[in-house]
Design a protein around this ligand. Structure first.
Ligand code: SAH
Ligand code: SF4
Length: 402
């Protein structure tokens, strides 16, 4: 059995070596391209329309369904054609800077874009499912006060290829090609990594289309959740063009507190946001909207807050579930996590209001699985390395006779 297929449960966190070498050339990377875009690229490279159409269909199946990373593995394409393709195109994967496995089986990757920006991906295995937490941006422009990603300076949108590439890389690691409908470890995807997915709408949509394609990665939209901090004007489009499950980072029930912890609230308020949730297509009891609520001590965790949350959800008649997230602290964070007793009490009040409110169990603490933490640890390490080099240089200079 392939070692990478078993999720270790009782070992220390281990770095896992990368299997696929980084690409370093100017050939076009096909990952992230739609069928039409692949066909157009083939025509541009010289194939006639008919050949390009057929070849695009074969390549699509090989790349997204079978997980091929080399053209010479594409047995349904004649050998000379494979070589022709390999001269012009590549099938890439994100570059892995670090890959850690937690004692609880959680995996975390630090990935790097070709232009040198780092972002994260996390895989959380459970008894009956495995959830991949995918990033949509490097950093985030929204600056929620409890979120480490919001403190990062560097921001750029990830491309569709970089987004779907995360899922493909996870499949490589778990040994889960070709795409199968049943029995896979990677069964669910949440767009809850770094970044605000609705601020990178087109790329997120294009990537998720490939993930949901029956001859692509083949994951049903019911197994995909998009989390937004509340970009109200994009929510209707998300429903119309992507229509995956919706999660909303509510985190507070009064204007005063939400303005402070989710500054986007100053632009799109709570009532507007809840109305957009009520208008989201397909929301019903079988497909409830998840409200994420990070538990911050003495900030948003009172009994009144819980009762107000129930009232708001009822007012908008929302088929909803509340996910209570214990705050994951990071160095310099301006908040503390609510006590376990407070979190339980908060949860009970919501349950008594007839709304499910499970408490999320922290996972992968030993590998810093909270959003943004691995990236800053890596940055710190490189700063420490720089300091050490500077010291060495100084010491060397001091040795030079005057
Ligand atoms: N930008 C999107 C998706 C990424 S954040 C959004 O905000 O919804 C994914 C979830 O992690 C959000 O609910 C976010 O509020 C939560 N989160 C961020 N930092 C956290 C921390 N330090 N502790 C607990 N949850 C956190
Ligand atoms: Fe951005 Fe989401 Fe973090 Fe807010 S919680 S800063 S929207 S990643």
């Amino acid at each position: 059995m392939n070692m990478a297929m078993s999720i270790p449960g009782h070992i220390d966190p281990v770095p896992v070596p990368r299997a696929i070498p980084a690409l370093d050339d100017s050939r076009l990377d096909l990952v992230g391209l739609s069928r039409d875009a692949i066909r157009a690229a083939l025509e541009e490279a010289g194939l006639d329309a008919k050949a390009a159409k057929l070849r695009a269909k074969q390549i699509w199946h090989q790349v997204y369904h079978r997980g091929a990373i080399r053209f010479d593995a594409m047995s349904d394409i004649a050998k000379p054609h494979r070589a022709w393709l390999a001269d012009r195109f590549v099938i890439g994967r994100p570059e892995v800077i670090e890959h850690l496995v937690s004692t609880d089986g959680t995996r975390k990757w630090l990935l790097r874009t070709p232009d040198g920006n780092d972002y994260e991906m996390v895989f959380i295995p459970d008894a009956d499912r495995g959830t991949l937490c995918v990033s949509s941006q490097v950093g985030c422009t929204l600056n929620c006060r409890f979120c480490h990603t919001g403190t990062m300076r560097l921001v750029r949108n990830l491309t569709a290829g970089e987004i779907v590439g995360q899922v493909m890389l996870a499949r490589d690691t778990l040994g889960e090609w070709p795409s199968q409908p049943e029995g896979r470890m990677l069964s669910n995807i949440v767009m809850m990594g770094m970044g605000e997915p609705l601020y990178n709408f087109d790329n997120v949509r294009d990537a998720l289309k490939i993930v949901m394609d029956g001859d692509g990665l083949g994951l049903s939209r019911r197994r995909i959740t998009l989390s937004t901090s509340g970009v109200v004007p994009m929510m209707a489009r998300a429903g119309a063009e992507i229509n995956v499950n919706l999660a909303v980072s509510l985190h507070a029930v009064t204007k005063e507190v939400r303005d402070e912890i989710v500054p986007l609230n100053r632009k799109y308020g709570i009532e507007e946001l809840l109305q957009a949730c009520a208008d989201y297509p397909g929301a019903n009891n079988a497909r409830r909207i998840t409200f994420e609520y990070v538990m911050l001590k003495d900030k948003n965790d009172s009994d009144e807050d819980a009762r107000e949350l129930v009232r708001l959800i009822r007012k908008y008649d929302l088929p909803a579930k509340v996910n209570l997230i214990p705050f994951n602290p990071w160095p310099g964070a301006p908040y503390e996590c609510s006590t376990p007793e407070r979190v339980s009490r908060f949860s009970s009040i919501i349950f008594e209001g007839g709304i499910s409110a499970p408490i999320r169990r922290p996972r992968g603490r030993d590998i810093m699985a909270a959003c943004g933490q691995l990236k800053s640890a890596a940055e710190k390490k490189s700063r420490a390395e720089l300091d050490r080099l500077a010291e060495e240089k100084q010491a060397a200079l001091a040795d030079v006779p005057a």
